[in-house]
Design a protein around this ligand. Sequence first.
Ligand code: GAP
Length: 448
Amino acid sequence: MSPISRTIENTDLETIVGLAKRRGFVFQASEIYGGLGSTWDFGPLGVELKRNVKDMWWKSMVRDRGDIVGMDSAILQSPEVWKASGHIDSFTDPLVECGSCHRRYRADHLGDTCEHCGASEFSEPRQFNLLFKTFMGPIEDAAGVIYLRPETAQGIFINFDNVQTTTRKRIPFGIAQIGKSFRNEVTPGNFIFRTREFEQMEMEFFCKPGSDEEWHRYWIDFSDDWFKKFGIRGDKLRVREHEADELPHYSKGSADIEYKFPWGWGELETISNRTDFDLKAHIERSGRDLSFFDDDAKERFVPFVVEPAMGADRSALAFMADAYDEEGEGKEKRTVLHFHPDIAPVAVAVLPLSRNEKLAPTAREVYDLVRDNFNAQFDDTQSIGRRYRRQDEIGTPLCVTVDFRTVEEDNAVTIRDRDSMEQIRVPIDGLREALDDQLAALREACHG
Ligand code: GAP
């Protein structure tokens, strides 16, 4: 199968937002009450898309390797964690206010004039802390203040010793985690790109001091390849090293994997060399020993950490934007999402030619067979042509059609390929293998 090409290079964000809503990928949160700024709900297809992104990441990081284990830490942690990590003191953005309409902006995201009213007078920047605060327990006083985590990483650092001793992993090894994080962003926006509640996929790789630079390079290349493997076009990705003045407070060196979104380049993932900053900070504040004893070299040291940190929501948006295409003209026009088969919310759709009762029992049997092995959808409404278009628009790689020949003549079905729209006929008892083969070929063709 030849690589998948696109008819259009890029689309605008409104088109993606429209499709996301129309097809049930993403809805405005609290919509019936007028919406809550920068929060989004993932619908039936969006949740499958994001789940696939997370599952593929988990598979690549944890299941397919022997040197990384997973964990799932609490969102609420002792405030001491955020004191030690530097988030209470340093997790800030510079905030300015428009002198005319009083809108607030991040100083480092600001042009010359206010986007809202065009004024060019702004207040002096002041540091605004991004931590979300709440209270634990019934008394809302200073002693009850607690924070929603702004990154999943700290839950890993504070469990370094628990995980290392229970798994008996030797350095170098990693701990991966997927979960929600919260930041009171000054300027959220661009749909699900920058929100105040989002999901992260983070892996902390603990290594020997001195080997950190090499591991940093390794994880930058790995991350870049990961997006390409799952279908993002290589020319829409770039690696950008941070300038010294944009490094996070914990980092000795960071690189972003960026995607060329409809509005320009945007960060999908940051790979940072966090040195021994976090473990040392927790050793100091908690008094607990978080060092590692190397039996071979007979030496004890505090490991260095290299961290690939990715956003699940942003990545889902990049997968959607990158897959988007419009082909043909007039009546032949179709919108298609060229998703990689492991990212597509639905892998195989089963479509009886019509609702005729002669077809129904076999169509149901085929659906049961398919859904045992693939994420499948059954649809018998409207004309077959419309149903193909609907599956194209949600990026379903393969459609299986049950027709009258199936039940009257050959006990075979048609498989239609989303990208070429070609159809082949296969016997039902060879269907599983035929679908496996076609999806395997598509995986190859999707490599960006
Ligand atoms: N532990 C390191 C860390 O959190 P980060 O670069 O601040 O690093 C990692 O965040 C990733 O999390 C980002 O590359 C991005 O994909 C995602 N992310 C961060 N803030 C986000 C936000 N407000 N909305 C959506 N995703 C966000």
